[in-house]
Write a protein of this length. Structure first.
Length: 122
């Protein structure tokens, strides 16, 4: 029998929590957590989901698709228009790796701290 666990938070390691929170805030429109600081920043979604960003000294960004430094986790975001969302994310500082395994259905990007994330047509 499942525990009926509800996901309430996702936290990413990074070198600069404020900068990464700002990137995701601009990309998603989520509101900043009022207790964000230089060591830990966060964003809140209306339904209670929290995305956190914690400072890690000597953070090594994932080397996706190469697994020298594994990604360990990636986020996926549904968007109506992949081209429009891609253009905006690149303006905000996202990277777009050459390796794109999703064909026309989804695209892989990296945030400013190097974490891979995907946009899916949704």
């Amino acid at each position: 029998m499942p525990l009926h666990m509800k996901l309430t938070a996702i936290t990413l390691d990074c070198p600069d929590p404020q900068a990464l929170a700002a990137f995701y805030q601009q990309a998603t429109g989520l509101g900043p957590h009022p207790k964000s600081d230089a060591e830990f920043a966060g964003l809140n979604r209306e339904d209670g989901l929290f995305i956190g960003f914690q400072r890690v000294d000597d953070h090594r960004p994932p080397s996706w698709p190469d697994q020298t430094v594994p990604q360990q986790l990636h986020l996926c975001f549904a968007v109506e228009d992949l081209d429009e969302a891609e253009a905006r994310l690149l303006e905000l500082g996202a990277g777009k790796p050459d390796h794109q395994p999703g064909g026309s259905g989804w695209r892989v990007f990296t945030d400013p701290a190097g974490h891979p994330f995907c946009l899916v047509r949704g």
